[in-house]
Ligand binder design. Structure first.
Ligand SMILES: Cc1cc2nc3c(=O)[nH]c(=O)nc-3n(C[C@H](O)[C@H](O)[C@H](O)COP(=O)(O)OP(=O)(O)OC[C@H]3O[C@@H](n4cnc5c(N)ncnc54)[C@H](O)[C@@H]3O)c2cc1C
Length: 384
């Protein structure tokens, strides 16, 4: 067993760390406050190759793996989670389904722009009426044989990267029929931005992730060619389960980054802030808080390293990915709360990064499967 990173992995980690500190940190608070999407940061991440990290070079990727993506996400989230989730959703939810399940023509058309960061894609699974229970999907797609087109009707809720100026497409899950056992047949369909009948609602007003892009989408007799079906008809369930299993490792990495960022900020502040004649960091009560925060970030990191290692080795990793996501998101919320506490009143002021971390932490227990859903996955995998 070797938990140390290779030279190449260390170099990636360092370059993303430098980028986050030098290019993201100085401008992100303004984007967050104004609720604006950080196009310039996305452009620079594209130039660094971050959107192509886990994809082969023949598709325009960097030839790395999913763990490389996780390392990058951790370092970005250590400084800011809006930027990190933009990358996570673009890669693991946007480009990955096309890479994993798309036809050669779909890959050729979409992957070069998605992997360079020139364009973004959204992944539309959640609906206004159903999230955890994807079997409750109401969006329907009917094949019109006279035009060889899918006609899509329905809506999707909370879709990341779906309404930016550079969003090229969303993949949406839709009911396309009934399975022999009476259950819904779900399929995934690519809907390019600007398709008539596809409407993007104004951005949500969110508690956190304020510099990331999230919209409700509506499909009203929206027609796309039959060839826009992603993979085989009726494979929608299997496809999103795979995408979400992987995505949980990425979200865990992002959560570890946030948890570690809380440690970074707390150590710095505790050394500077004076109370009762000395830095608050001299008090054991503060030191123990920070020691516990470091312990939590470290153990959560080991959990996602383990899940990623199993996935890359081609072994079953569902349970470990759920454990990593559940643990890391809990730890992120814990650390954000404690970091805010250590900062006292300043922790409640938006100018301090820990205030942003606190607001950004809660969604980690909800998105890409709630903590309850992770527990369901773990229990099921234990045969219950
Ligand atoms: C900012 C943001 C970005 C997002 N981005 C995307 C995206 O890009 N694409 C996308 O498809 N979705 C996206 N989502 C949606 C997200 O994945 C869902 O919100 C999440 O899966 C939970 O679904 P829900 O909101 O419908 O909650 P529900 O499923 O309605 O759950 C409500 C509560 O009930 C609990 N619950 C449900 N079922 C059970 C059960 N059987 N046992 C015990 N408890 C249960 C849940 O854990 C939760 O606490 C995003 C959400 C947000 C807020």
């Amino acid at each position: 067993m070797d938990f140390r990173l290779s030279e190449e992995q260390e170099a990636l980690r360092e370059s993303v760390r430098d980028f986050a500190r030098e290019a993201v940190a100085p401008v992100i608070a303004e984007h967050y406050e104004q609720h604006t999407f950080p196009y310039e940061i996305v452009r620079q991440m594209g130039k660094m190759g971050l959107f192509g990290l886990p994809f082969p070079e023949e598709h325009g990727g960097m030839g790395g793996d999913y763990f490389a993506l996780c390392l990058a996400l951790e370092e970005l989230a250590r400084v800011d989670s809006s930027v990190a989730i933009t990358l996570e959703a673009a890669v693991s939810l946007g480009a990955m389904p096309i890479f994993r399940f798309g036809t050669a023509a779909q890959q050729e058309r979409w992957l070069p722009k998605l992997l360079s960061g020139e364009a973004l894609a959204g992944f539309g699974l959640t609906e206004p009426g159903t999230g955890s229970d994807a079997g409750g999907t109401q969006t329907r797609a009917v094949l019109d044989p006279s035009t060889d087109e899918w006609v899509i009707n329905g809506s999707k809720a909370f879709i990341t990267n779906s309404g930016t100026d550079i969003t090229a497409l969303v993949t949406v899950t839709a009911v396309t029929g009934t399975n022999p056992d009476g259950s819904k047949e779900l399929s995934t369909i690519i809907v390019p931005s600007g398709t008539p009948g596809f409407t993007v609602a104004p951005a949500y007003s969110k508690v956190g992730w304020n510099a990331s892009d999230t919209h409700e989408l509506t499909f009203d007799d929206c027609r796309v060619p039959a060839a826009n079906l992603l993979g085989a008809r009726g494979r929608g369930f299997a496809q999103f389960l795979r995408i979400l299993d992987e995505g949980r490792i990425a979200i865990a990495a992002l959560a570890v980054g946030l948890a570690q960022g809380c440690v970074d900020e707390s150590v710095k502040y505790a050394k500077e802030r004076q109370a009762f004649g000395q830095p608050i960091g001299n008090y054991q009560a503060i030191q123990f808080k920070i020691a516990d925060m470091e312990l939590k970030a470290h153990t959560a990191r080991l959990a996602y390293y383990d899940a990623a290692a199993r996935m890359l080795a081609g072994e079953p990793f569902k349970r470990q990915a759920a454990i990593a996501k559940l643990h890391a998101s809990t730890v992120a919320v814990d650390n954000a709360r404690e970091a805010t506490q250590i900062h006292g009143g300043y922790g409640f002021m938006n100018e301090y990064p820990v205030a942003r971390f606190w607001r950004d932490s809660k969604i980690l227990e909800i998105g890409e499967g709630t903590s309850e859903v992770q527990r369901m996955i773990i229990a099921r995998d234990l045969g219950m």
